[in-house]
Design a protein around this ligand. Structure first.
Ligand code: AHG
Ligand code: MN
Ligand code: MN
Length: 359
């Protein structure tokens, strides 16, 4: 670029295509450019707001029983149309489709698998709040159909999200750090504006849907209570809480300034392991967070090591600043080993009786 700026295509060509040898990921840059084209189209549709007649319910439910918005379906179609034709994909999985989307016979099949959440935080749509799209790319490993997708997230060759806020950004990793690109709307280019994003290791900000508190496990209650105790509690500093109800917006904030995001295991719906889906929410976001120096766990194990058993499997998610997430992981271990009696006692919060030593 003569103006010294790095567009998404220049970044991908430099990073992927000019590195021949066994590491070469032929076609991946072209696939990511098609994904970026989907994102630009979605961004343009969202910007029209209610004028496009796209608000409201589609009067249908997806495979998990969630009500589908018209825009959940429209953005799903945009991803399919932009990515099915290019001969780079062997199949797609989406939050809004029950099974694997097979590439139509009219198009050649390729070496990659794409999983996506076309519209994350869609409950924010009708209030003109921040939403996003999330995607994950695997290379085919010989297995076809669902089995090809049911692999631990550490095998991803690329992951990213788009955030549709006051500006549209694409945040991406192909395994060499996490990088952010801002859409220059009048030109249509994604321009590298946030190179090698690093999540601060410590933070005083946490995000959780506090209305579920009574369903949380004791280690999560312990962590959140200690944050709320603030300066007068064992953490000896005040914490701030945020909840945007869009994982993309929460993860973006954490990449920009640190913090912790939790959608932990809870007992609200005992059959469900968590709220967020592994393939197209937890797995790609964990990849981006780790590539930015953060940590992402279920509470008991690294998310990128979890092998999903079903396309829409849910998983508990605790991610963000390394030292805070490690602390929450430690609390789960102490709970499982029965070493945190003060917190599991019914007298927890009676701080005069059971205030633990500062840790
Ligand atoms: P989606 O809109 O794709 O179904 O995902 C919404 C998810 C996630 O983005 C967010 O963190 C969470 O659901 C919000 O949950 P609450 O409704 O409990 O706030
Ligand atoms: Mn989502
Ligand atoms: Mn969604």
């Amino acid at each position: 670029m003569q103006d010294g700026r790095t567009t998404l295509s220049k970044f991908l060509i430099d990073t992927l295509d000019r590195k021949p040898g066994p590491q070469s990921q032929i076609g991946l840059s072209a696939l990511l450019i098609d994904v970026a084209a989907s994102i630009k189209t979605i961004s343009a549709a969202l910007t029209k707001g209610a004028l496009a007649g796209n608000y409201g319910s589609a009067q249908s439910v997806n495979a998990h029983g969630d009500e589908q918005k018209k825009l959940d379906l429209a953005t799903n179609d945009i991803f399919l149309q932009h990515c099915e034709w290019d001969g780079l994909l062997a199949g797609m999985v989406s939050e809004e489709m029950e099974g694997v989307y097979e590439i139509p016979e009219a198009y050649p099949r390729g070496e990659y698998l794409l999983a996506f959440d076309p519209l994350d935080g869609s409950s924010n749509i009708d209030i003109n709040g921040v939403v996003g799209s999330i995607f994950s790319v695997l290379r085919v490993n010989g297995e076809s159909g669902e089995a090809g997708f049911l692999r631990p997230g550490r095998e991803q060759v690329a992951a990213g999200y788009a955030i549709y806020g006051p500006s549209t950004m694409l945040v991406l990793s192909v395994g060499n750090g996490t990088h952010g690109f801002t859409l220059e709307r009048d030109v249509g280019n994604f321009v590298l504006t946030h190179s090698d994003i690093r999540i601060p290791e410590d933070s005083c900000e946490f995000a959780i849907n506090a209305s579920n508190e009574r369903f949380w496990e004791p280690p999560v209650r312990r962590y959140v209570q200690e944050c709320k105790d603030g300066r007068s509690g064992c953490r000896e500093r005040d914490f701030n809480m945020r909840w945007i109800a869009s994982m993309v917006a929460e993860v973006h904030r954490i990449l920009m300034r640190g913090g912790v995001f939790m959608y932990p295991r809870d007992f609200k719906t005992p059959a469900m392991q968590g709220r967020l889906r592994m393939l197209y929410e937890a797995s790609p976001m964990s990849f981006l967070v780790e590539q930015a120096g953060g940590m992402s766990i279920t509470g008991r194990e690294r998310i990128l090591d979890v092998k999903p058993r079903a396309l829409h499997e849910r998983v508990p998610v605790i991610l963000g600043s390394k030292n805070e997430v490690a602390r929450i992981g430690r609390y789960h271990g102490e709970y499982d080993r029965g070493e945190d009696k003060p917190y599991t006692s019914p007298l927890f919060n009676e701080r005069s009786l059971f205030l633990p030593d500062p840790v």
